[in-house]
Design a protein around this ligand. Sequence first.
Ligand SMILES: [Ca+2]
Ligand SMILES: [Ca+2]
Length: 92
Amino acid sequence: MSKEQEELVTKMKALLVRRYGDTSIESMRKLFDAYDTNKDQKISAAELEGLLEDAGVGNAFTRGAWIKGIIQNLDQNGDKLIDWGEFSQAIG
Ligand SMILES: [Ca+2]
Ligand SMILES: [Ca+2]
């Protein structure tokens, strides 16, 4: 796991605990749904930005690079979107 991915996972889990009190799969699903603002069951780059901002990943200058890297790493089917399967595998 790269340093970036480790930071991402650590901060996502911290956000989960802040929001829902634990890092269970149910809480992860709630987080995923909360940031899937257009409810297409996929996290787009724009939706991911909101999630990273709330999780405290990167800053205003580096967040664009984070988003690009995360989508590249997590997107397995090449649609440039993160679906639940891709998301839960990366963070869980
Ligand atoms: Ca979406
Ligand atoms: Ca995908």
